[in-house]
Structure formats: C-alpha cells, structure tokens
Design a binder for this molecule. Structure first.
Ligand code: ADP
Ligand code: MG
Length: 475
C-alpha cells in the first residue's frame, strides 16, 4: 500500500504533539508543509533558514524517532527551505538531512541551489547534528576588539568595520586587504567575519584560504563535481578568501573564482580578499580579475608604529593575564618592528623562558632572549631604538635630540645616533637623516666622519661610544 506524504506527516504530527508543549507545536510545527514522499524520504517545507536551524537544534531527536516510527529505519527527512530573498531569482533550495542515528560525518548534504530535479551532492559542507549551516571557519580570538588600531591599519580597519555593518551594501565590494607578512591581514579578515556573524546571524559567512579553495576545486574536478563546488560557493553571503596571491599562475582556479566572484557580486553578496601584494604587483593573476578587485576598495596594512606595537603587546599581555615590566615591553617593541607575528612570538618565548627558569623577566633576560630570537630572523636594531638608547644615555628626551637645536651636546648626541644607525642598520644615509630630525644624507655622512675623528682623538668620547656600543650590541 502506497503511503502519501500528507498522511505520513499527519501521523508524525500527532506523535510530536504528544511530546512537546502546545505553544512550541504551534510555533514550530504548524507552519510546516509536507511536500512529497519518495521512497523512504519525506520532504517538508519550512519558511526560513532560521526555522530549519531551530528545528535541527531543538527537535532533531524527536524528529528522528518519529520518522523512524512512520517510515522505518531507512526513513529520512528532507527540508525544503523557501528563503526570503531580496534578489530577483528567488529559488528555493533543499537541504537533505539524514535523520538516521549514525555518525553524520561522511554523509554529504545535498544543497541544490535551484529546483533542479537531480539532487546535487555537495561534499563541501561538513554536516553537524545541530546546524547544517556552513561552518564559517572563523577563529574566535581574531576579533575587532583585539585588533589594535593605529595609523598603519586605520583605513583597512574602518573599511572592514563598515563592511561588517553592511555586508554587500557598501561600495567596498570586494574589500581587498593587502600588506606584508605578519601585519594582521588574516586577523582582520576573521574579525570582519565574526562581526558579521554577530550582527547578522543568518548570513552564511565562509572563511577559506586560497590554498584550500584551490584544493577543493582540484578535487571537484577529479570527482566530476565542479558544479557542486560552484553551487556551494555561490550560496555564500560573505565569502572571505585569504592570501589570494596563491592564485597566481593557477589559471583554472582563477577561472572558477572569476565565475563565483561575478555571481556573488551581482547578487549583492560581500567578498573579502587578502593578499600580501598590492593588485598592481600580483603577477600571474588575470587582468579581468585584477580589474574586478578595483571595483571595491583596496586597503593596505603597514608596519605598526612604536606606539601601536606597544599597544599590541600590552593588549596581548592583558588577554593572557601576563605582567611584564615596561622597559621589557619597550625593548621588545623597539627590537621587532616589521612583523607583528614575530613580536608576539618573542613575547611568548620570553614568558616561556621565564617560567622555565623560574626567573622574573627583567631587561637583561629580555635582551638575551630577544636578541637570540631576533638573530634567527636576520635581526637589525632599529633606528628608533638607537635613538632611544643614545638619548637615555645622555639623559635627554628623544624629541630634543631629534629637534633642530644647534646646542653642542645635543648635536653630538644626534651625531652619535646617526653614527650607530649607519653602523648597525642597513638604512641608507638619506633614510637615517630623515629619521634623525629630517636631515639630509650629507649631514649624516658628516656626522659619521666627526664621530670617527673624535674616536681617535678624544678619550672621554671614546668611552661614550664603547659604552653605547655595549648597550646596543648585547650578545
Ligand atoms: P598576516 O595574515 O598579515 O600574515 P596575521 O593576521 O596572521 O598576519 O597576524 C599575525 C599576528 O599578529 C596575529 O597573531 C595577529 O593577532 C597579530 N596582529 C597583527 N596585527 C595586529 C593588531 N593591529 N592588533 C593586534 N594583533 C595584531
Ligand atoms: Mg595571513
């Protein structure tokens, strides 16, 4: 005898009704429409994604038992979600959920994006019991709160925030964040995703590295599932792809990304990309993609200033509940200037060292540690640090040393700072001059000559230099 979907669902409802409150029943089960019964699969229609998630979260066990009772052990439930959607091509899509009580890990969920009869197998969602929502793949510790603001990142940060408050609704689409290694691109990308999830829980957000995207694509080609791959990505509301410089030279991947990009952009979805290069420098990336990147906003991340580096360190310590003396923090911030990841790495090894040796971290320990740490990463003391050490040594404020004053002691300190900058850094004369109070390269050259002369002729002066040399070259 053939069962019919309305009857089956009715019987299910009578079981469900006995197991939950009337209020819940009215709210969550009355709006459901039975759609069809095919073999052991009953399809029901729910009014929204949220609705479906709620059912999955709160009633999965009950539903599972009920379906089993009505349709036998092979019984399955399939949802058809009619999304409220602002775009013209509103098409319902179906989410198939195995309701059998077995591990869901290997059970693909079907997410056909259109009413196409043949169900499209989608291997790209890892099904969970509660929500079969796409796992956004976001790192919860990379938030806006934790992302210290400075001149180096102000534009990117505020653009990111604007995008998060209105995904797809600003002119920053795509938002391309670019900048050197360890400057916070990944952190900011996650922060945007987290903020969107916070403000718009219903939006499907996905963070994916370009490598993962590439591998998924290659696999899909191998398995003849390219359509599923594309459909899956076209369903995302906020797509975040990290390190797109890896797309360089991968024509097929760029091709498929191009299609996905166009679809998302046309339907008002938000795209966020990061790269370690500015668009102009992305060799091996097709022109048509590069030109699309220009549709939105490209915002760069610069190396943080000293103040920002200190703020980052202090925030990190605060997060981790660590305390360190200010001079240690300053030394760290002065020593590592171009990469926040290394800055944090040094902080962590410092803490590890001190807890290992049961020694409090003082400046000496910090110096030993950091110098070792930094040496491995081609260390160079910074001009900032040299200026600080020299001005401390002569007991004068750094600003005074960098000022235009012609007073003799100050001129001398300034010349010494220039001398050490030349000796200990790879900076050019011009750049040293710039950083030591806006002087030109000739002034720096003159300073170096003067210091060398005095070293030969003046004993007291030689003592200054020797002592400063020690302070600057702890090994
Ligand atoms: P990128 O992706 O640019 O290589 P990451 O985003 O991985 O860099 O950042 C490296 C580390 O530095 C991360 O731990 C990140 O939290 C931290 N970081 C970078 N910039 C900041 C910032 N402005 N405030 C706080 N932490 C930061
Ligand atoms: Mg990164």
């Amino acid at each position: 005898m053939k069962k019919d979907h309305v009857k089956v669902w009715d019987s299910c409802l009578s079981i469900i009704k006995d197991n939950i409150s009337l209020q819940s029943f009215k709210t969550w089960f009355e709006p459901i429409l039975p759609v069809k019964l095919k073999g052991d699969v009953l399809t029901i229609q729910v009014p929204s994604q949220f609705f479906y998630e709620w059912l999955e979260e709160h009633y999965i066990t009950l539903l599972r038992k009920t379906i089993k009772r009505e349709l036998g052990t092979e019984g399955r439930l399939e949802y058809s979600i009619v999304m409220e959607n602002n775009y013209r091509n509103t098409k319902p899509y179906t989410v198939k959920i195995p309701t059998k009580n077995k591990p869901l890990r290997n059970d693909p969920i079907n997410v056909p994006l259109n009413v196409n009869r043949s169900a499209i197998k989608n291997p790209f969602i890892i099904p969970g019991l509660k929500k079969v929502n796409v796992d956004a793949n976001l790192n919860p510790s990379y938030t806006f709160d934790n992302f210290m603001e400075g001149d180096c990142n102000r534009l990117a940060r505020s653009a990111g925030y604007a995008v998060a408050s209105k995904p797809g609704g600003t002119s920053f689409n795509p938002l391309l964040i670019y900048g050197g290694v360890g400057l916070g691109k990944t952190h900011l990308a996650h922060a945007i995703g987290i903020e969107i999830k916070d403000q718009f829980p219903d939006k499907i957000v996905l963070y994916v590295s370009s490598e993962r995207f590439t591998h998924q694509f290659i696999d899909s080609v191998k398995n003849n599932e390219t359509n599923d791959f594309i459909h899956f990505y076209q369903m995302i509301d906020v797509l975040i792809i990290d390190d797109i410089q890896f797309f360089a030279g991968k024509e097929k991947t760029q091709d498929v990304f191009f299609h996905i990009f166009n679809h998302l952009h046309q339907t008002g979805k938000q795209i966020i990309l990061t790269s370690d290069k500015a668009p102009v420098d992305m060799q091996g990336v097709e022109q048509r993609l590069l030109s699309r990147f220009k549709w939105g906003l490209s915002a760069d991340l610069q190396a943080p200033s000293l103040e920002t580096r200190i703020a980052i360190l202090k925030n990190k310590m605060y997060q981790d509940g660590i305390e360190l003396p200010d001079d240690v923090i300053e030394y760290l911030a002065y020593s590592i200037t171009t990469n926040v990841r290394e800055l944090e790495g040094a902080l962590i090894s410092l803490i590890a060292q001190s807890s290992l040796n049961k020694k409090a971290v003082n400046l000496d320990l910090a110096k030993q540690m950091i110098d070792k740490f930094v040496k491995n990463t081609a260390r160079e003391v910074s001009i900032d640090y040299i200026q600080k050490v020299v001005s401390d040594y002569f007991n004068m404020p750094v600003e005074l040393m960098k000022s235009k004053t012609r007073k003799r002691e100050i001129v001398q300190a300034r010349q010494i700072a220039m001398y050490f900058s030349k000796k200990l850094t790879k900076s050019s004369l011009a750049s040293i001059g710039m950083q030591c109070g806006g002087k030109d390269h000739a002034t720096v050259l003159h300073a170096c000559k003067t210091v060398n002369n005095l070293l030969d002729t003046d004993k007291t002066f030689r003592k200054y230099i020797t002592e400063l040399d020690k302070k600057l070259n702890v090994s």
